[in-house]
Design a protein around this ligand. Structure first.
Ligand SMILES: *[C@@H]1O[C@H](CO)[C@@H](O)[C@H](O)[C@H]1NC(C)=O
Ligand SMILES: *[C@@H]1O[C@H](CO)[C@@H](O)[C@H](O)[C@H]1NC(C)=O
Ligand SMILES: *[C@@H]1O[C@H](CO)[C@@H](O)[C@H](O)[C@H]1NC(C)=O
Ligand SMILES: *[C@@H]1O[C@H](CO)[C@@H](O)[C@H](O)[C@H]1NC(C)=O
Length: 681
C-alpha cells in the first residue's frame, strides 16, 4: 500500500506523541506555552470585560483591568494616598476546573512594580488552586498574600494549593525574591527557593513568564521561569499528590497583597490546559456506563489499603515489618474472594526451583514456569514478577482481588499467589495448547470448528467482563498471546489488568497499556481504554483467526483489512478465509464473523457493536448482522501505520522494564505459554 505524505506526517506525530507519553517527556521546557492537553481556558490578554459581571473572571478586592493586563493591588501616583496599603486582590476563573485525576499545565506572564524602590516593596502574589470562589480572607493582607487569614485558627479543613511569588522576606522566608509552594499556611511552605541563582528579580518590573506543570502519573509539579522572550528554565521540581491537597475540581486564579510596603502585581496572559487521566469515565447513558479496566476494585483495594496503612504509619513501625503487616491484612481481606496463597517454597519446589527446564517463556514482567503441585495434583503455570516496588505490591494485591472474583469458563482462572522474598508469584492453570500465538505464527493449525469455538468463547469472555461480572472490567490488552488454549482447545482469556500491574511495578507509567496493532486507534489519542476499544481488539483477532494471517505485520501493511473490504464490496467476503482451510469451513459462519469483525473495527468507537451483539451474531444464525457500508469508510484504518514502525525512542534494553508490548513477532520465541515473549527480543 503506498503511503501518502499525509499519513507519514500523522505517523510521525503520533509516534512522537506516543513516545512522549511513554517516556513522560511530554512536558517539555522549551516552549513558552502549554502545548499538551485540552485548553480549558486561554487569555491572550486581559481587558475590562473580563472582570465585568458575567465575565470570565471573578475579580475580588483591588483588581484593576488595564489595556491588556490586570493589576492586582495598586501603587497610586498620589504619594500621600493610603489606600494602597494592606490591600488584597484575588482573581479566579469563573468555573471550577478538574485537576485530578489529570495532568495539567498553566502558563502566565507577570510583572511586579514597586512603589519607590525594590527594597521597599511587598508583599507578593500567588497562583492559587482553591476549593471555593470566595474572596481572600479579610486578614490575609501583607505577608499572607491573600491566601491565609492571619488568625488561621480552626481553618484546617480548608483545601488550597498555591505557588507563591514572594517579594518580601519574612522571618520564615529565604529572602524577598523566591518561589514557594504552600498549602494552608504561608509560614510553612512545603518548599521555598530563591530566584537569585536564576538571575531573576521578581520586582524588576520586567515581564516574567511562569509555567507550572503537573504530571498526574509521576505526581511531579514542575515550575519553569524566565524573563519574557528568554528561554524558560526549569526552576523547581516538587513531588506532590495534588489529590491530597485539593478537591478534584478547584477554582484557579491569582492572589496578591500589600502591607505597609506596596507594589503592583500585573498579569498579562494566562493559559490552562489539562489532560484527564484514563482512570474511568462514565457515559451519560447509564446503561452504557463504562469503567476503565478493573479500576473500581483496584480503587476499593487501595482504599482498604489506605485504611489499614494509615494507622500503621502513625505507629511508625519499622518499615519492613510495617509492609509485612499490610500485606497480611490485605491478604485476609482478599482471602474470601481470591484464590489461595502459596508459599514461595511450595512454588519453588513445584517449578524445580524455577529451573531453566521449566521455563515456558520470558516477558515484560518476568518469566513463566511450568510447575507440578501435589496437593491436589495439578500442573500449573507460575508467573514470576521480579523486582517490585511497593506500589507494585499494592496493585498486585488489588489485582488478585479483581482477578480472583472473576469466574468464567473462557477466562484463565488465577489459582493462587505468593509474595515472599521480594518475588511476586501468580499461579495459573497450565494451558496445554499455549496461546493463539502458536496458531498465528503457523506453528499450529486450527480447523474451522476450533476457530469458531475460540472466537465465540472469546466473545463471551469479553461480554462477561463488560456486562456480566458486576462492575464492568475492560481487558485493555486483547491479543492472540493473551488468549490461551486448554487441552480441548477451549479459549481462556488471560492477563487482564496485568498490563496495569506491570506498569506500576516498573515505576514507568504509560498512557496506554495496550498492545499496538490490537489497540483501537482512539486509545492512542485519548489514552482511554474502554469496552469499545476491547471490541476493536476483538475485531482484529477475529479477522486474523478467519484469514489465518496477522493483521498488521512489521511492515505495517494493513492489506488484510483492505482486502476484506474489497471482498465485502464484491459480495465475496468468504474469499478472505484462510486458504489452508480448503473447503472445510462454513461459508455462512465465515461471512458472519468477517462482517462482525469489520464492524468491530470501525474507527468511530460508538459505531462498533457491543459485545452482547457480537455474541448473539456468533451464537445465533438468525441474528441480523450489523449494517456495513459497501466500501471501506475513509480513513478508518489510518491508525495502523503507527504500529508498523515502533518509535525508536522506546527501545528498551531491559526486558524487565517494559514500556509497551509490541505485536507479537512471528519470529519470537517458540516456546511460551504466556503472552509476553514478544518483549523478550
Ligand atoms: C476584551 O476582550 C474580549 C475577548 O477576550 C473581546 O471580545 C472584547 O471586545 C474586549 N473588550 C475591549 C473593551 O477591548
Ligand atoms: C497598573 O499598574 C501600573 C504599575 O503600577 C501602573 O503604571 C498602571 O497605571 C496601572 N494601571 C491601572 C489601569 O491601574
Ligand atoms: C492624594 O490623596 C490624598 C488622600 O487620599 C488626598 O487628600 C489628595 O487630594 C490626593 N491628591 C491628589 C493630587 O490626588
Ligand atoms: C538573594 O539576593 C538578595 C540581594 O542580593 C539577598 O539579599 C538575598 O539574601 C539573596 N538570597 C539568598 C537566599 O541568598
Amino acid at each position: 500500500m503506498p503511503t501518502s505524505p499525509k499519513i507519514l506526517v500523522l505517523l510521525f506525530s503520533t509516534t512522537i506523541f506516543l513516545s512522549q507519553q511513554i517516556l513522560g517527556t511530554s512536558f517539555s521546557s522549551s516552549s513558552t506555552t502549554c502545548d499538551h492537553g485540552t485548553v480549558i481556558f486561554f487569555f491572550p490578554s486581559f481587558n475590562t470585560s473580563n472582570c465585568n459581571p458575567g465575565g470570565d473572571l471573578l475579580c475580588m478586592g483591588v483588581v484593576t483591568p488595564g489595556e491588556g493586563f490586570l493589576n492586582l493591588t495598586t501603587v497610586s501616583s498620589n504619594s500621600s494616598s493610603t489606600t494602597d496599603f494592606n490591600s488584597i486582590a484575588r482573581v479566579l476563573y469563573r468555573d471550577p476546573v478538574q485537576v485530578w485525576p489529570a495532568s495539567f499545565c498553566t502558563s502566565f506572564s507577570l510583572s511586579i512594580f514597586s512603589r519607590f524602590s525594590q527594597e521597599f516593596s511587598g508583599d507578593g502574589m500567588a497562583f492559587l488552586m482553591t476549593q471555593d470562589k470566595e474572596p481572600s480572607p479579610v486578614k490575609s493582607f501583607g505577608s499572607f498574600l491573600g491566601l491565609q487569614d492571619k488568625l488561621l485558627a480552626g481553618h484546617s479543613k480548608f483545601q488550597q494549593l498555591a505557588i507563591e511569588f514572594d517579594t518580601f522576606k519574612n522571618e520564615w522566608d529565604p529572602d524577598g525574591n523566591h518561589i514557594g509552594i504552600n498549602t494552608l499556611s504561608v509560614m510553612n511552605s512545603l518548599i521555598a527557593k530563591t530566584l537569585n541563582s536564576s538571575n531573576i528579580e521578581l520586582k524588576s518590573g520586567k515581564q516574567i513568564r511562569v509555567k507550572i506543570e503537573y504530571n498526574g502519573y509521576t505526581k511531579d509539579l514542575q515550575i519553569y521561569v524566565g524573563y519574557e522572550g528568554n528561554p524558560l528554565k526549569s526552576f523547581l521540581k516538587y513531588s506532590i499528590k495534588v489529590s491530597k491537597k485539593v478537591p478534584s475540581k478547584v477554582y484557579l486564579g491569582f492572589t496578591a497583597s500589600t502591607g505597609t510596603l506596596t507594589e503592583t502585581h500585573q498579569i498579562h496572559d494566562w493559559v490552562f490546559t489539562s489532560t484527564m487521566l484514563p482512570y474511568y469515565t462514565v457515559k451519560d447513558n447509564k446503561k452504557k456506563a463504562i469503567v476503565l479496566a478493573s479500576v473500581l476494585p483496584v480503587v476499593g483495594g487501595l482504599i482498604v489499603f489506605a485504611l489499614i496503612a494509615i494507622p500503621i504509619f502513625r505507629r511508625r513501625m519499622i518499615k519492613k515489618r510495617e509492609r509485612f503487616r499490610r500485606m497480611e491484612e490485605l491478604e485476609r481481606q482478599s482471602a474470601a474472594a481470591a484464590p489461595r496463597k502459596f508459599t514461595y517454597k511450595q512454588l519453588a519446589k513445584a517449578t524445580k526451583n524455577f529451573s531453566k527446564d521449566n521455563l515456558l517463556g520470558t516477558g515484560g514482567f518476568g518469566s513463566v514456569y511450568k510447575g507440578q503441585i501435589v496437593d491436589p495434583p495439578q500442573t500449573i503455570a507460575v508467573k514470576k514478577i521480579s523486582s517490585t516496588s511497593q506500589q507494585g505490591e499494592r496493585e498486585y494485591l488489588a489485582e488478585i482481588c479483581t482477578i480472583g472474583r472473576l469466574r468464567h469458563r473462557n477466562i484463565l482462572q488465577l489459582q493462587g499467589w505468593s509474595h515472599e522474598n521480594d518475588s511476586l508469584l501468580l499461579v495459573y492453570e497450565f494451558m496445554a495448547n499455549k496461546s493463539l500465538n502458536e496458531f498465528l505464527s503457523g506453528r499450529k493449525f486450527l480447523d474451522w470448528k476450533a476457530r469458531y469455538k475460540v472466537l465465540s468463547g472469546l466473545a463471551s469472555a469479553l461480554l462477561y467482563l463488560h456486562e456480566e461480572c458486576g462492575d464492568p472490567v475492560v481487558h485493555r490488552d486483547v491479543k492472540p498471546s493473551n488468549i490461551m488454549l486448554d487441552a480441548d482447545l477451549n479459549p481462556r482469556l488471560g492477563d487482564f489488568g496485568l498490563a496495569r500491574l506491570l506498569r506500576n511495578t516498573t515505576g514507568v507509567t504509560t498512557m496506554v497499556a495496550g498492545t499496538l496493532g490490537y489497540m483501537a486507534p482512539e486509545v492512542s489519542y485519548t489514552g482511554k481504554a474502554t469496552t469499545e476499544s476491547d471490541v476493536y481488539s476483538f475485531g482484529v483477532v477475529a479477522l486474523e483467526m478467519v484469514c489465518g494471517k496477522r493483521f498488521s505485520n512489521l511492515l505495517g501493511e494493513s492489506c488484510l483489512v483492505d482486502y476484506a473490504w474489497d471482498m465485502h464490496a464484491k459480495g465475496t467476503l468468504e474469499e478472505c478465509v484462510d486458504p489452508k482451510l480448503g473447503d472445510d469451513f462454513s461459508k455462512d459462519e465465515a461471512v458472519r464473523i468477517l462482517s462482525v469483525a469489520l464492524s468491530c473495527l470501525h474507527l468511530e468507537s460508538n459505531l462498533r457493536p457491543e459485545m452482547r451483539k457480537v455474541v448473539m451474531v456468533l451464537l445465533n444464525s438468525d441474528e441480523p448482522l450489523m449494517e456495513l457500508p459497501t466500501t471501506r469508510p475513509k480513513g478508518v484504518y489510518l491508525s495502523l501505520y503507527g504500529f508498523s514502525n515502533p518509535p525508536t525512542t522506546i527501545n528498551n534494553s531491559n526486558p524487565n522494564t517494559p514500556l509497551f508490548s509490541w505485536p507479537d513477532y512471528p519470529s519470537s520465541s517458540a516456546n511460551s505459554n504466556f503472552p509476553d515473549e514478544s518483549l523478550a527480543r
